[in-house]
Design a protein around this ligand. Structure first.
Ligand SMILES: NC(=O)N[C@H]1NC(=O)NC1=O
Ligand SMILES: [Zn+2]
Ligand SMILES: [Zn+2]
Length: 451
């Protein structure tokens, strides 16, 4: 019997606090040795000299839309895309599939499909919607990673926005259940009021769309949510925050002792409103891409440790729903297809702005694992931890095209974007789940992380 199943030699290992050239010994899916002088007693040896080994990316915000809309994405294509981006864990959101994950039956349908099809490990969010507060305890007992609610229309008829009373009652319950509530924060009243005005004027330009969802709509919803968190004691996670003002409010709440975290998405860091003007509906999302000045402020806040994690909010749709000959910009599907690019985007920001690569590992792996109860086995490269690893070359670049983007539908804001790095190989619990040189999927062996 070999001491190790696999040795990864001589890579630049990105720990949370340092980068060191060393070797990793892996047995039964776990890292059991971190040592330059590791013996060669292994069934397989991989030389990673010159490459960087990051902890597998944990993307806590994707929409794979299965069951019900597997023609939009699905667990199979979605999870392989995650692996191709150096990801080893994703959390699927409770909306855009049918049914929404708002009760036990819907959760079990998703669990079954995910276990059958996923190439990497996954968590599942439950939904908080008007009328389902009574379902939350059973969803929590059966292992959802947390709950998600919308403070604006979700763009999806099957998932209703939470009114204030639903939010308060839901938060009270979620606090008791020791879970986190993830919130899409934009004021429903403000966004609906402004959208109606634009519809009346038949004003559908990129500027018009951006004006229907101004920063103040995000800030107002964040402040209201923070007030409710103060009243109920509910831990909150703010998804896809797009503005400096909202981050400031969240930071103030943290300083006042509230249990809150915040993510931004790769697209708010790499793109801005100009891209909506140039590219149209592929760049439509909610909150909208902000202007360049706001983008720069967000990057600065990221570097200054004022943002906890980065996610994709991969929210794809068939091409049709973004076809400008069928839908104007106010009607087109709002959501960016991007699930393969979270880690590479964060590395790009790091390289362009002198942010340490250790910070990339914190933002894309350590922080999400800590926040959502995975930090005993995932989120960093350490002894006893799962061998969830992304092997990255910083000597090669990667230009996104329709052949190397593995989402079901290929139209994306990121097509033609060039990253200053490339994912060479991804391992999930020691098993290869992606290799750039031969990107054919193996068997799906992803496990459901029912925390
Ligand atoms: N329903 C849905 O996925 N909405 C997402 N898309 C987006 O751009 N923001 C969202 O919240
Ligand atoms: Zn959202
Ligand atoms: Zn989302």
């Amino acid at each position: 019997m070999n001491k190790y199943d696999l040795i990864i030699k001589n890579g630049n290992v990105v720990f949370t606090d340092k980068i060191e050239q060393t070797s990793l010994g892996i047995k039964d899916g776990k890292i059991i040795a971190i040592d330059n002088n590791i013996t060669n007693e292994a069934s397989e040896i991989y030389d990673a000299e010159g490459n960087y080994i990051f902890p597998g990316m944990i993307d806590v915000h994707v929409h794979f839309n299965e069951p019900g809309r597997s023609d939009w994405e699905g667990f199979s294509t979605g999870s392989f895309m995650i692996a191709a981006g150096g990801g080893t864990v994703y959390f699927d959101m409770p909306l855009n599939g049918v049914p929404s994950t708002t009760n036990q039956d819907a959760l079990q349908q998703k669990v079954k499909l995910g276990k059958e099809k996923s190439f990497v490990d996954f968590g599942l969010w439950g939904g908080l919607v008007p009328g389902n507060v009574d379902e939350l305890a059973s969803l929590a007992a059966n292992g959802v990673v947390g709950f998600k609610a919308f403070i604006s229309d979700s763009g999806n008829e099957e998932f209703e926005a939470a009114d204030d009373i639903t939010l308060l009652q839901g938060m009270e319950e979620i606090a008791k259940l020791n879970k986190v509530l993830a919130l899409h924060c934009e004021s429903k009243s403000i966004t609906n009021f402004l959208t109606e005005q634009k519809q009346k004027q038949k004003a559908y330009s990129p500027d018009d769309y951006a004006q229907t969802r101004p920063i103040i709509a995000e800030v107002e919803a964040v402040e209201r949510a923070l007030a409710f968190a103060e009243i109920t004691g509910c831990p909150l996670h703010f998804v896809h925050i797009s503005s400096a003002r909202a981050i400031e409010k969240i930071e103030e709440a943290k300083q006042n002792g509230l249990d809150v975290t915040v993510e931004t998405c790769a697209h708010y860091l790499l793109f801005n409103h100009q891209h909506l003007i140039e590219k149209g509906a592929v760049a439509k999302c909610a909150p909208p891409l902000r202007d360049k000045n706001e983008q720069e402020k967000l990057i600065k806040m990221l570097i200054d440790n004022r943002i906890d994690m980065i996610t994709s909010d991969h929210s794809p749709s068939p091409y049709d729903l973004k076809d400008p000959s069928k839908y104007h910009l106010l009607e087109a599907w709002g959501g960016i297809s991007s699930g393969q690019f979270t880690l590479m985007s964060t590395i790009e920001v790091a390289i362009n702005h002198d942010m340490p690569l250790t910070k990339v590992a914190q933002l894309t792996a350590e922080a999400p694992a800590k926040r959502f109860g995975l930090s005993k086995s995932k989120g960093k490269i350490d002894l006893g931890y799962d061998a969830d690893l992304a092997i990255i070359s910083l000597d090669q670049s990667f230009t996104v095209d329709e052949t190397n983007y593995f989402a079901k539908h290929k139209q994306s804001l990121f097509i033609d974007h060039t990253f200053p790095c490339r994912v060479v190989k991804t391992l999930s619990r020691g098993q290869q789940v992606f290799e750039a040189a031969d990107p054919t999927p193996n068997n799906p062996t992803g496990q459901w992380l029912n925390v």
